[in-house]
Design a protein around this ligand. Structure first.
Ligand SMILES: NC(=O)c1ccc[n+]([C@@H]2O[C@H](COP(=O)([O-])OP(=O)(O)OC[C@H]3O[C@@H](n4cnc5c(N)ncnc54)[C@H](OP(=O)(O)O)[C@@H]3O)[C@@H](O)[C@H]2O)c1
Length: 324
């Protein structure tokens, strides 16, 4: 038996329960991992609240973790007991131990710690596909992003800067602005107080940005569209303020033949090739010192409810790691 944080229904942070359960042995094609660290992500909140459907209760939340292979199922090639591994986007991470398909796991390179791996797989691979696949950032591009001091935000800002972009980051407070500027943002906007589109026009000589990476959703839809230059790309990839529901595509024409996409890491890691390509690019920029993984806070895994409350309350910065 080993402990996990499970939910028996969707709801507030109080539905997160610390419980004993039987993990069992890995099935064919699976590995069993003892977690060293577990990553906290905003998608965990969407699943806990039911915004993203969960139907199979009791359900172990958590999408990202790092640890050591404890056992290997039949037919698994390339992983052995004792190896350090990590993964993004696999429900069931809020646990001391778990089984997971070997095809979803990668080895952690030397020089990257277990905590860093748990803090960077999901958020960093998201940054990778946003910057390198969804809209391929070019040197000299002006780009806009939100929650610049958050988990994805700090990685996205550093990586975009490394690619040669001028990075405009929206932040919720002065303190977060200072952190974002120390991590790749050339300019910051206090988006709860300032007019984002006006500031963006000022900062770009009236031109607008080539791409807006928007993880906030409902609250920032307009400011993102109004900040883009003609033919610019609006990437809406999160719902921190709530999902965008009604949308009229005619707006894209009126605002300058804009492009809109709503991507997810699930598609961008759906095959082994996509997963490895993304993980390898991430490991390269981190190992090369171009992107530093900022762990803003850690919690005991048993205290995950508090971590959820802080993430939802906008009190965290950088990545959050839960320790079994
Ligand atoms: N589509 C994908 O593939 C994908 C993958 C990973 C993450 N995401 C999205 O990326 C975003 C960032 O994820 P993360 O885990 O790194 O979280 P995070 O950015 O560390 O935390 C969320 C931040 O969003 C901002 N925010 C704005 N309005 C908010 C509200 N009403 N409630 C709570 N926070 C609000 C806050 O920053 P300020 O105080 O600066 O406003 C808060 O700190 C999330 O929207 C997530 O869903 C999408």
């Amino acid at each position: 038996m080993s402990m996990a944080i499970r939910i028996h229904q969707t709801g507030g942070a109080d539905v997160l329960k610390w419980e004993d359960r039987d993990v069992g042995s890995p099935a064919p094609g699976e590995v069993k991992i003892r977690h060293a660290a577990v990553g906290l992500n905003f998608i965990d909140v969407y699943m806990r609240t039911g915004l993203y459907p969960v139907t199979d209760f009791p359900f172990t939340l958590g999408m990202e973790g790092s640890g050591v292979v404890e056992a290997v199922g039949d037919g698994v090639d390339g992983f052995s007991v004792g190896e350090r591994v990590a993964y993004p986007m696999n429900p069931g991470a809020y646990a001391e131990e778990r089984v997971v398909p070997a095809a979803r796991v990668v080895k952690i390179p030397d020089g990257i710690s277990d905590n860093e791996a748990a803090a960077m797989m999901l958020k960093g691979m998201t940054a990778q596909y946003l910057l390198r696949r969804t809209y391929r950032v070019q040197p000299g591009d002006n780009i806009l992003l939100y929650a610049a001091a958050g988990g994805v935000g700090l990685i996205l800002s550093q990586w975009a800067k490394h690619l040669g972009a001028t990075v405009i980051g929206c932040v919720g407070s002065e303190e977060k602005g200072a952190l974002a500027k120390a991590n790749g943002c050339d300019h910051t906007i206090l988006y709860r107080d300032e007019n984002v589109a006006e500031r963006v026009r000022d900062l770009t000589n009236g031109e607008g940005v080539a791409v807006a990476y928007d993880s906030i959703g409902k609250a920032t839809l307009e400011s993102s569209l109004d900040s883009l230059k003609p033919f610019g790309t609006f990437v809406t990839f999160g719902n921190a303020s709530g999902p965008i529901t009604d949308f009229n595509p005619g707006v894209l024409a009126a605002k300058g033949s804009l492009y809109l996409t709503r991507p997810t890491l699930a598609t961008h890691t759906a095959t082994r090739d996509l997963l490895e390509d993304s993980a390898n690019e991430l490991f390269d920029v981190v190992s090369g010192g171009h992107v530093k993984i900022n762990i803003g806070q850690t919690y005991a895994l048993s205290d995950t409810a508090k971590a959820h409350e802080d993430l939802e309350g906008r009190r965290t910065t950088g990545s959050t790691v839960l320790l079994p």
